[in-house]
Design a protein around this ligand. Structure first.
Ligand SMILES: [Zn+2]
Length: 380
């Protein structure tokens, strides 16, 4: 029995609405006669296309159990995110493929995971080996992409949504991008130092995204010509940003919004195991990392970041703070925008799963409490 209805103020319009659902699917949105509590807002649940782990669970480990996957999915839900793309990072290809097969089987056998894991994000091993650009990925494990890699990925994941992050300057990458698109795999450019010309060719071949712009590049960049300027100057790319106030500085965050506009930006946490857990030492596969109270993930003794420990709900409020906006105007960056980019139906829409949040804010507009529903069922 997963039927119900609620009254709240619509996060977008500010109007009082009554939303109803039957068997976990939205069946009704109406102007409400009774006015809801003043600062309780109805908003779509968040969607995150790049989650490497969460709630102490590392998706890069072999033999992940259903219980561990559920801990991660439920911790994410408690942080407002009901659906995510489980992300696997660079490893030896056979290991990565086996992990993907295992995770897919895990998901297939469990209803809750089938909904929570909206698809797969393969970030590596087809990435730049250049210092700075490979980020926390092991450059020794990078591969030149071949059509068979892409066919194999599709054979394992069919018909799930898949996002592939790739450096288009690698030999063979442009052909592989075209093949991926023809097999309905979304392609995002990232961990790349491609020239302006190659970026444009990649878009022409079918790439539509740029992964965590402003990261996976060296600390020092040529002021005249660098991957940031080139990516921003390439038409046809929707960029993801990590809105933790660290991965992208607040001025750059604002500038990117001014240059690109909200329609071609979505937010992702790029979260790893430490997100939704306490500061300390964690792993991303074989790599050990440290997480401070600032939720920044670092390899011990190194300055580059290795994913984040940001919770999706915190990302919305930090994005709003950086933009000097009300949180309600940053919400779509972590909900509607990533869902649209990945082709996932959702939002506060009739016929879509009743995945939503009731967000209560205080007088300063800060988060006071959060209730999260997935297919009409409230998370404990
Ligand atoms: Zn990355």
């Amino acid at each position: 029995m997963n039927d119900g209805e609620i009254w709240a103020r619509h996060y977008g319009t500010g109007q009082a609405v009554r939303a109803g659902w039957r068997q976990g699917i939205f069946t009704q949105f109406e102007a409400a006669e009774t006015s809801p509590e003043r600062d309780v807002w109805l908003a779509p649940a968040l969607v995150d296309p790049q989650i490497n782990g969460f709630g102490g669970v590392d998706f890069q480990r072999d033999g992940l159990t259903v219980e561990a996957a559920l801990i991660a999915a439920r911790s994410l839900r408690a942080a407002a995110c009901s659906r995510f793309f489980l992300t696997l990072v660079t490893d030896e290809w056979p290991k990565l493929v086996n992990r993907l097969k295992h995770l897919r089987q895990l998901r297939a056998g469990h209803e809750e995971l089938r909904h929570a894991i909206a698809g797969w994000h393969i970030e590596g091993p087809f990435l730049s080996t250049e210092p700075g650009f490979h980020g926390a990925h092991n450059p020794a494990l990078m591969l030149e992409p071949e059509p068979d890699h892409i066919r194999e990925l599709r054979a394992i994941t069919h018909p799930d949504p898949v996002l592939l992050t790739i450096a288009p300057e690698l030999p063979g990458a442009l052909d592989v991008i075209a093949l991926a698109r023809s097999l309905d795999i979304k392609v995002s450019l990232g961990h790349t130092n491609a020239s302006a010309e190659v970026l444009r060719q990649a878009v022409k071949a079918g790439a539509t995204g740029f992964t965590h712009l402003g990261n996976a590049c060296p600390q020092q960049l040529d002021r005249h010509d660098n991957i940031l300027w080139r990516a921003l100057d390439t038409p046809g790319l929707t960029v993801s940003l990590i809105p933790d106030e660290v991965h992208v500085s607040p001025p750059l965050f604002r500038l990117i919004h001014r240059v690109l506009g909200a329609e071609t930006i979505y937010y992702t946490t790029d979260a790893m195991a430490a997100a939704g857990a306490s500061p300390g030492r964690y792993t991303i596969g074989v790599m050990e990392v440290e997480v401070g109270a600032d939720q920044v993930v670092r390899q011990p003794g190194r300055s580059n970041y290795a994913g984040s420990a940001l919770r999706p709900i915190d990302g919305v409020f930090r994005a709003a703070r950086m933009l000097g906006r009300d949180w309600r105007r940053a919400w779509e960056g972590s909900s509607i925008c990533p869902a649209k980019f990945m082709g996932i139906r959702g939002g506060l829409t009739l016929g879509c799963p009743a995945d939503f949040c009731l967000v209560k804010t205080d007088e300063a507009g800060q988060l006071e409490s959060l209730r999260v529903f997935s297919r009409g069922q409230e998370s404990p």
